[in-house]
Design a protein around this ligand. Structure first.
Ligand code: AMP
Ligand code: MG
Length: 429
C-alpha cells in the first residue's frame, strides 16, 4: 500500500519534532566565556565552578540583640533569681570590640556584631531584666540574666554558612537572584558566564508594513519581527533586527550578508510550498540549507542550515502562529544551548480538556489552550480558532496542548499534556 500523502509529503519524508530539534541542536555549542558584573549575569549560566575565598559569616557574631557572656557564669540563672552581670561595654554591628569578657561581666551586643573575646553565648534582651516594666536593674551598669544557656547560644559561628575553599556554585548553575546574593556575599563583583548570542532577525515579504505605518490596501502589519525580537529577549539572546526585507534577490542577499556576523540568523516566511521560490533560492545560494517538513501543526515548513560564513540559519514559516510555535520548538532551545543550558523541555502538565482538539492528518498538534486550576486539577480549553494565522488565540493561550501524531482527536474530559509556554501567577486565576 502506498504511504498516505499530505500536500505532496509522505509521512516518511516528514521529520519528527524531536529529530528536527536534535539535528538543529547538533550545530550549536555554548558560546565563549566572559566575566560580567554580577548583576548583569541574571538568567545566564555560570561557566566555571566558584570556590569561596572567605568564611561566611567571616567572624563569630551575635544572632540576637542581647548580652554576650560566659555561659558558665549564668548556669544558675532563673526568672525568680536572675544573675546580675556587669556591663563592660556595647558592641554594635560593624564594630570590633576592644575589650574582653571576664567572669562576672557581659557586653550589650547587637545582631551581627562580632562576639567579644571571652564570651561564648548570647542571651537575648527578652530573657533579661532589660525588658522589665518596673526595671529591676540594680543600676545602669548591671543587667539581670533570667535563663541559663549553653555554649554557642545565639552565636553565629564563623564559616557555618560557607567555609574558605568550599565549592559553593557549580559550573552550569542558572543564575537567579539568590545566587547573585551568594556570589556577592563572598565579595565577588564579577562572574564568568557564557555570553549571550547575537540573533539576527529578518522578516521577508512584499506585503509587510511596519507597525506605526499607515495601512495600505493589500498589505499587513509585520507582527513576526516584534514577536520574534521579544521571544529572543525572553530566551536570553540579543536581538539584532534587520527589519522587513522585500522578496527580491538583491534585498535578501544584502540582508543575509549583514546577518552573517551574528551567532544565529532567524528568518520568517518564504519557506513554504508555493511561495516565491526566491527566498529558498537566495538562502540556498548563501550556504548549505535544507528545507524540511516537520510532522507538526502548526509550523510544518522549516528551513535549517549553515550560511557559508558558518552561521546557522533557522527559517521559520511566515504565518504568525507557526513562526512562534516553531521558535518555541527550535530557536529557543538553540539560544539556550548557546547560553550553556542543557536541553530541557518547558514544564509539561496534565490537564483535563474542556473541548475538542482535532488531528486530521497525523501530525503532532500543538493546540493553543488556556489552562487554569480548579479543585486541585488543571483544566484546559482551546483559546480560540486554531488556524496558523490566528495570532489572537496564541495571545490568549498560556499553554500548548498536545494531540499526538497517532490520535485523531482529544475530546472533552480527556487528559492532555500541556506545554506551559507562559506560567505567571496571573494566568492561574
Ligand atoms: P509565507 O511563508 O511567506 O508564505 O507566509 C505565510 C503567511 O504568513 C502569509 O499570509 C504572510 O502574509 C504571512 N506573513 C509572513 N510574514 C509575516 C510577518 N512578518 N508578519 C505577519 N504575517 C506574516
Ligand atoms: Mg511570503
Amino acid at each position: 500500500m502506498p504511504p498516505k500523502k499530505h500536500h505532496g509529503h509522505t509521512h516518511a519524508d516528514m521529520l519528527s519534532v524531536e529529530d528536527a530539534r536534535d539535528k538543529i541542536l547538533e550545530s550549536f555549542m555554548s558560546l565563549e566565556t566572559e566575566e560580567l558584573p554580577v548583576i548583569e549575569a541574571l538568567g545566564l549560566i555560570l561557566s566555571e565552578d566558584i570556590h569561596s575565598t572567605i568564611n561566611i559569616p567571616p567572624f563569630n557574631n551575635s544572632a540576637m540583640d542581647g548580652y554576650a557572656l560566659k555561659s558558665e557564669n549564668i548556669r544558675e540563672a532563673s526568672y525568680d533569681n536572675p544573675i546580675y552581670l556587669k556591663i563592660a561595654g556595647t558592641i554594635s554591628a560593624g564594630e570590633v570590640p576592644n575589650f574582653q569578657i571576664i567572669d562576672g561581666n557581659c557586653a550589650r551586643i547587637m545582631t551581627g556584631a562580632p562576639m567579644p573575646d571571652g564570651a561564648d553565648a548570647v542571651v537575648p534582651f527578652e530573657e533579661t531584666t532589660e525588658m522589665d516594666k518596673n526595671s529591676s536593674k540594680k543600676s545602669e551598669a548591671e543587667i539581670g540574666i533570667k535563663i541559663a544557656v549553653s555554649v554557642g547560644n545565639d552565636v553565629r559561628k564563623s564559616g557555618k554558612d560557607v567555609s574558605t575553599g568550599d565549592l559553593i556554585l557549580k559550573k552550569g548553575t542558572h543564575i537567579k537572584p539568590s545566587i547573585i546574593g551568594l556570589i556577592s556575599s563572598i565579595g565577588k563583583s564579577k562572574v564568568p558566564i557564557h555570553r549571550r548570542p547575537k540573533v539576527a532577525i529578518l522578516s521577508t515579504g512584499n506585503e509587510l508594513l511596519n507597525p506605526g505605518d499607515h495601512p495600505v490596501p493589500g498589505k499587513i502589519f509585520d507582527s513576526n519581527t516584534n514577536a520574534i525580537i521579544a521571544s529572543v529577549i525572553e530566551a536570553g539572546g540579543i536581538p539584532k533586527s534587520l527589519g522587513i526585507i522585500k522578496d527580491d534577490i538583491k534585498s535578501l542577499n544584502h540582508a543575509i550578508s549583514l546577518a552573517k556576523s551574528s551567532d544565529i540568523v532567524i528568518t520568517s516566511a518564504g519557506v513554504s510550498k508555493g511561495d516565491y521560490d526566491m527566498v529558498k533560492d537566495v538562502l540556498s545560494s548563501q550556504g548549505e540549507l535544507n528545507f524540511w517538513s516537520v510532522r507538526m501543526r502548526p509550523a510544518k515548513p522549516l528551513a535549517f542550515g549553515m550560511l557559508d560564513s558558518g552561521t546557522p540559519l533557522i527559517g521559520l514559516p511566515g504565518n504568525p502562529v507557526s513562526a512562534l510555535v516553531a521558535f518555541e520548538q527550535f530557536c529557543r532551545p538553540a539560544i539556550r544551548k548557546m547560553l550553556g543550558k542543557k536541553y530541557t523541555p518547558r514544564p509539561v502538565i496534565k490537564a483535563v480538556l474542556q473541548d475538542t482538539i482535532e488531528n486530521y492528518d497525523s501530525r503532532r498538534v500543538y493546540a493553543r489552550v488556556k489552562v487554569w486550576q480548579e479543585n486541585n486539577k488543571y483544566l484546559a480549553e482551546t483559546s480560540g480558532s486554531q488556524g496558523s494565522n490566528i495570532l489572537s488565540s496564541l495571545a490568549y493561550a498560556n499553554g500548548l496542548a498536545i494531540c499526538p501524531e497517532n490520535e485523531q482527536s482529544k475530546n472533552y474530559g480527556d487528559n492532555v499534556d500541556v506545554i506551559m509556554i507562559d506560567w505567571p501567577e496571573e494566568m492561574m486565576n
